[in-house]
Design a protein. Sequence first.
Length: 432
Amino acid sequence: MTQMPSALSHSPTLSSLNHYHRHHHQHQTQLDSPLPTASQLFVCTSLVAFAKALALKLLHHFRNAGSLRIHLRVFILLSLPPLYFFTWSPRRSLVLDFLSALAFSAAIVISLNLALPRLPSIRVFLARSLPIKLCSSASSASKPSQPVLWSIGSKPKSEKRTNSGSWVQVYTNGDVYEGEFHKGKCSGSGVYYYYMSGRYEGDWVDEKYDGYGVETWAKGSRFRGQYRQGLRHGIGVYRFYTGDVYAGEWSNGQTHGCGVHTCEDGSRYVGEFKWGVKHGFGHYHFRNGDMYAGEYFADKMHGFGVYRFANGHRYEGAWHEGRRQGLGMYTFRNGEAQSGHWQSGVLDVPSTQNTHPASPFAVSHSKVLNAVQEARRAAEKAFDVAKVDERVNKAVALANKAANAARVAAVKAVQKRVHHNSGSSDTPLPIV
């Protein structure tokens, strides 16, 4: 009586029952074959134990490695024939037992060699030879994972717009641009609204202020004039929210050149600026009626200059950081004068009329007169600073014109947006 092999032949419980049944049947039939010796039985038992140990280790290895399922099937296919002859043969000899155990061990070794050292090549071979399902699973495991693309609904139609023309652009910080684009950038005329802080109306080049325009801020400040690469550059007028006004030349976002600074309290400076401060020649009219004309350095009266007081007094001479210091003459309105060397606004060494003074610390009056002449020349240069009124008026007119053109472009952009969304009202504005 024979029995067909099945997958349950690997069960340890079923194998032990079959082994007991087989020995019991042999005892009943009383076979005449000679009994094996003790040494032969020891060799056979050792081979069987070795084969079982290798089988258990291999099953444990395949159970933990999910990627080697195909090679487990190869091992089963190779090991079934020797297991069949070794287990189910009713009459077997020692030679047959030895050959079956040897074949079983060879199947284990071959399977390990297939699974471990040559895993990539065997996987390719199996992918080509096994059914399509196995091939697809192996190929999917070898391909790198694709990046996850997150999206909510379909892409808005606004992303399909052309790179040039008029459009409305919304930014993540709340800012909005309405106007013309060129090659995907703000270029031409347009209005840029800063979120709850202000707006710019004017010319654009490559997403930067460039040309003429008008800036208006929420606190009340406003600039009208020229720009270059996003900064105030050229001629323009800036009205501060405090009431101060600067009209004149700009460079890289700062007052630089000739200009007029009129303060809210009525004081006024006309002259030269350097990187945001009074520097060079200029004249300053104070709100109390005093007036200074001469040299400035780092926003302070420094050098030579003439200071005329509202009460009729005047000082002509040298200055240092806003104070009378050096040689100079102070003339009262009644004609009296004090001359000599001044220190921190106070006369410390009066001048003398002697050509050769006896004291080495005495100050010659002739030297004081030379300092007075130098101060008067500096005052004349301060009044001769280039006038910027005409250029400022022209720049303001061009800035207003550019702002009007920007508003027209913004209206066109909004109308185009409304027309574009007439068919799909739920399409959002492009946000970048």
